[in-house]
Structure formats: C-alpha cells, structure tokens
Design a protein around this ligand. Structure first.
Ligand SMILES: C[S@@+](CC[C@H](N)C(=O)[O-])C[C@H]1O[C@@H](n2cnc3c(N)ncnc32)[C@H](O)[C@@H]1O
Length: 313
C-alpha cells in the first residue's frame, strides 16, 4: 500500500481511513518512482482555464468563518461552451500521479470532473484496465469531442462521458475523483462544492485535484485577468491571440491558442491555500500529498496537485 514515498505521517493516517481502497492501494507502480517525493510546497505558490465571450461577475463569498472568496456568477454551461484540452504532458503527469496511488489492477470507480475532451480519462482508461471511468463536463462541445474519440477505440462499457453541471450531477460514490484545472472555475460557493466532493467519495476514497495555488504570481495574474475581463472585446481577443502566438506559437497549434484566449478573461474563483484546505478538512477530506505541476507557459496560472483522502464518516 506504500504507493507514495516519503509521505510519512500523512500516509500512515491515510492507512487508518482507506479500508475501502485498501485493495486498490498496493505496491508502487513504475509511474510512482518517476514522481518527485512528497512536498509541502510553500503556501504561496500555478496554470489555466476557459470561457467564452460572456462577462462573468465576481462576488465575495468563502471560508467557513468569513465567507469571503470569489465566485463566478454565471451559469457554467454558458461560460464553457467550447472545447478544452490539456497539453498531453500535463495529462501524462496527472495519470502518473493517479498511478502512484491506485493499483493498475484495482476495479475502482473513477470520476474525472471537468474532463474536457477526455485527455486524462483516456489515459486513465488505458492505465487502469479494471477501472470504470466516468468523465463529466458541462460543455457539450467537450463531451461530444470525447464521445467521438471514444467511438474510435476505448471500450464503451468501462468509460462513459456525460454532459452535466457537476453541482447537480448525481452518482454512486466514487473511489477516486480526479479533476485537472477545474475546481477554480466552478461557479459555486466553496463550501457547497467541497461538501459535494466529499459526499461523492467513498470512505477511504481519493480526491486528486490540480488547481492554482495561492502565490504572488497567481495573485498578479488574477488581477490582470480581472482587468482584461473589463475590457473584453474582439479587438482584445485578437491582441491576446497575437501575444499567444509570439509566446507559444512553436509549441501550440492555432486551435489550442484560440481555445486559451478565453482563459485570459477568467480569474480563478478560488486557489489552493490553507483556507481552502481547511474547507476540505471540515468536509472530511484530509490532505495527504502534494505534487508540483511543471509550468509550461507564462500565461498559465501556476498549478499544483493536491491529494486528499476521505476520512471514514
Ligand atoms: C481548464 S478546462 C480543463 C479540462 C480538462 N480537465 C483538461 O485538463 O483537459 C476546465 C473544464 O471544466 C469544465 N467545467 C467548468 N465548470 C464545470 C461544472 N460546473 N461542471 C462540470 N464541468 C465544468 C469546463 O467545461 C472545462 O472543460
């Protein structure tokens, strides 16, 4: 079960909780050995999102005591009506982190929340041949693209894509929830979102989320995105695209660049910090590991992967 190296106390606490997944969390996979050891990165520390040309308004609301944080006040289906695909290297890394915690042979139920076009879910389907995997995304374009790709290969019985707003999505609890670049864009009060995540996990189940963390770079970038949103227009879109081509024209195709223009108008609704971790803790989700996410571009918010285990009720 020691699938992470150097996790010390966090992992031994996890042992006490992970009855349901005990069979799933066995010896380290080859992927685990390639990962950097557990690190508690500084509380201030990045990467990206997607919106169309609507103007979400921000509002304060968060944290159990103070209820202050930004929530994007907009129906997500209207914000996310295009496609969104993570760079392959990022999905590879996310898959490797999952494999560091879940045995490839385990018959686990996995949810990919905000699955985009299935970049991560298809990788997980290959890496976890006994798993049942569901990808949920609010964007019809994403789900359609994922289903088309699925029709070309992955066995349908094990892998399913559903178009749904996660906040109203209902399913049997999962063993693993993965979510890459999504939790900071979900338009909901943080407490509501975190409790839903906890309720959607079995006791001992794992939540692995990649999201921006609180650091000066991300705070500055949030301000820039907020300012851009105020002046959002086709002219600004074109300028953003020009800058994107200059910075990333070599490593990203035109579609990818266009997809990302909308990200520049979306400041994160929340970032991973101690306050958010307390939200998770109060919902029964105990932080057990963190992994840095390599930053691939200047325009990305800096992300980190945090793994939480659902304590027994
Ligand atoms: C930055 S993209 C990440 C996509 C994918 N995880 C990846 O890495 O390729 C954010 C995704 O979250 C989805 N999303 C946003 N709000 C959502 C919600 N309330 N329910 C389900 N999906 C949502 C968007 O449609 C979008 O595909």
């Amino acid at each position: 079960m020691d699938r992470l190296r150097g996790t010390g106390g966090a992992l031994s606490r996890h042992r006490g909780h992970a009855h349901a997944l005990r069979a799933a969390l066995q010896r380290p996979s080859p992927g685990a050995r390639r990962l950097p050891p557990f690190s508690r990165m500084p509380a201030r520390a990045i990467r990206s999102v997607h919106v169309q040309h609507t103007r979400p308004r921000a509002r304060s609301d968060d944290s159990p005591g103070t209820r202050r944080s930004r929530v994007i006040e907009q129906h997500p289906a209207r914000a996310f009506d295009g496609t969104c695909t993570a760079p392959a290297a990022r999905s590879d890394r996310m898959r490797d982190i999952v494999l560091a915690h879940v045995s490839p042979a385990a018959p686990v139920r996995v949810l990919d929340l905000g699955c985009g076009t299935g970049s991560l879910l298809f990788r997980l389907a290959e890496a976890l041949p006994a798993a049942t995997l569901i990808g949920v995304d609010v964007s019809p374009a994403n789900v359609h693209a994922a289903q088309q790709q699925q029709a070309a290969g992955t066995p349908a019985a094990r892998v399913r894509f559903e178009m749904a707003d996660y906040l109203t999505y209902r399913a049997e609890p999962f063993d693993v929830i993965v979510t890459d670049g999504v939790l900071h864009v979900i338009a909901a009060e943080t407490g509501v979102l975190v409790r839903k995540l906890a309720n959607d996990l079995r006791a001992g189940g794992l939540l692995m989320c990649n999201m921006p963390f609180d650091c000066r770079y991300n705070r500055t970038f949030s301000l820039i995105r907020r300012a851009l949103r105020r002046v959002q227009s086709p002219w600004v879109d074109r300028r953003i695209l020009q800058v994107g081509r200059l910075l990333h024209g070599r490593d990203m195709d035109e579609n990818g660049l266009r997809e990302r223009v909308a990200y520049m108008y979306m400041p994160p609704a929340r970032m991973m910090d101690e306050r958010l971790a307390r939200h998770f803790a109060s919902a029964g989700l105990e932080r057990m590991a963190e992994y840095p996410t390599p930053n691939t571009s200047l325009s990305q918010l800096r992300h980190r992967v945090t793994v939480f285990v659902r304590r027994d009720a």
